[in-house]
Design a protein around this ligand. Structure first.
Ligand SMILES: Cc1cc2nc3c(=O)[nH]c(=O)nc-3n(C[C@H](O)[C@H](O)[C@H](O)COP(=O)(O)OP(=O)(O)OC[C@H]3O[C@@H](n4cnc5c(N)ncnc54)[C@H](O)[C@@H]3O)c2cc1C
Length: 392
């Protein structure tokens, strides 16, 4: 597409990392039309909410997504508003106003899942900056924390609270922390760090129900055990914010189905990026959705460049990270393509270790545990090997 064919106006719905990156990269790619961002919050970064923002190390300014004089320097209009509906050519706001747009980018992200069993109980969840502020204030007054769900957010909150000196217990249904996301071996590697720091882990057992006794929430486990603490937080995963697609006729039960540039199937002129977006994966031949910060930003960048008619930067393999105590966990590549895995560097008992994920002889991903630059040593090999694996 040449710049003469650029749409005259772009409206971005959702001002998270995908939404804001799309705005910045539209201008970066030479897009000259009007850009409006409609978001129900100011743009900020979510990963620190369970880490440095929760601990108090980072303040609001540090987690803002605005760089320098943004948004003014980008000539982007930011409207703090909630979109009710998108359809080709327009976005309807929940106050009844309609905003016309030649191209629409939807990046509405997710909300914390809050199962009905939590109703009526004083149990925190963590998705927004407001959630993090409230949890931080509660932890400051507390001596103990109960974490329900040992996924990334649960494990990170546990590490942050334990570092602050609280007694912490984590309950996880799977046999290990993070077993679902990283596999049992890597889950055990992370568990060891938690145990070394004194976190109590209750794994392989689910939460049966919650009871309120004398104003306290008592968590009853499936094996009959009862747990309680000064503060409880649930990390039960996320639910996608897909309300704006209601009535469009497209099926969003598995996320918003898109081609490999983010065009939403069945809705001309509408694009999706970030947590909500299931982009066609040419290797698997099916849509894939990922809930990772770096993927959200890259997808937004690809959408922005496609709309602006600029060149698409080379696509990087997926990447995500997690920080727990002094351990940085990084996953680079495509572990979902692997048929076996093994420790390739360091025994799993050493402070820095690398788990290799193989498809046949090809190293299609690594999970590194230790200092951040450890991944740098493995990146080129994974990129090369992944290219060979997916070409064949
Ligand atoms: C506590 C926490 C820690 C995390 N840590 C990591 C990490 O260490 N590493 C990693 O890779 N990933 C991490 N993630 C995941 C990562 O933050 C997400 O993948 C990323 O934020 C997704 O970006 P997004 O722009 O798609 O959505 P979001 O960040 O959810 O942003 C969407 C925005 O759209 C707004 N919105 C929704 N509906 C509407 C509407 N109708 N109208 C207007 N605005 C709307 C939302 O309020 C929100 O502001 C973490 C997530 C959380 C919650």
């Amino acid at each position: 597409m040449s710049h003469e064919q650029q749409p005259e106006s772009v409206v971005i719905v959702g001002a998270g990392v995908a939404g804001w990156r799309a705005a910045r990269d539209l201008r970066g790619a030479g897009y000259g039309g009007t850009v409006t961002v409609i978001g129900d919050e100011a743009p900020y970064d979510r990963p620190p909410l369970s880490k440095q923002y929760l601990s108090g190390e980072y303040d609001d300014a540090r987690i803002s997504l605005y760089r320098g004089e943004e948004p003014a320097s980008l000539d982007v209009t930011v409207r703090e508003a909630r979109a009710a509906l998108v359809r080709p050519g327009e976005v309807a706001l929940d106050d009844g106003e309609t905003v016309a747009a030649d191209a629409i980018i939807v990046a509405t992200g997710s909300a914390a899942r809050r199962p009905a069993m939590l109703d009526g109980h004083d149990i925190f969840t963590l998705r927004t900056r407001e959630d993090a502020r409230a949890l931080r204030a509660a932890l400051a007054e507390a001596g103990s924390l109960l974490v329900l769900g040992g996924g990334f957010i649960g494990a990170e909150v546990a590490a942050t609270a334990r570092t602050a000196g609280l007694a912490v217990t984590v309950v996880e249904l799977q046999p290990t922390l993070l077993g679902g996301a990283l596999g049992v071996e890597c889950g055990r590697r992370i568990e060891r760090v938690h145990r070394e720091h004194g976190v109590e882990l209750v794994t392989g057992v689910g939460v049966e129900r919650l009871e309120a006794r004398d104003g306290d929430a008592i968590v009853v486990l499936a094996d009959g055990r009862e747990l309680s603490a000064d503060v409880a937080v649930a990390g039960f995963g996320a639910e996608l914010n897909l309300e704006v697609f209601a009535g469009t006729g497209i099926d969003v039960t598995a996320g918003v189905q898109c081609d490999e540039f983010g065009r939403v199937e069945g809705l001309p002129g509408i694009w999706a990026a970030g947590d909500i977006a299931a982009w066609h994966d040419p290797v698997l031949g099916e849509p894939v959705r990922r809930e990772h910060w770096q993927v959200a930003g890259e997808q937004a960048s690809i959408v922005a460049r496609t709309i602006a008619g600029g060149p698409i930067a080379k696509r990087n393999p997926p990447y995500f990270w997690s920080d727990q105590f002094d351990l940085k966990v990084q996953v680079f590549g495509r572990p979902e393509l692997a048929d076996r895995e093994e420790w390739v560097s360091g025994e799993d008992v050493e402070p820095q270790s690398v788990r290799g994920h193989y498809c046949g002889e090809h190293l299609v991903a690594v999970t590194t545990f230790g200092i951040p630059r450890l991944l740098g040593q493995w990146r080129p090999q994974v990129i090369e090997s992944l290219a060979a694996a997916t070409a064949s």
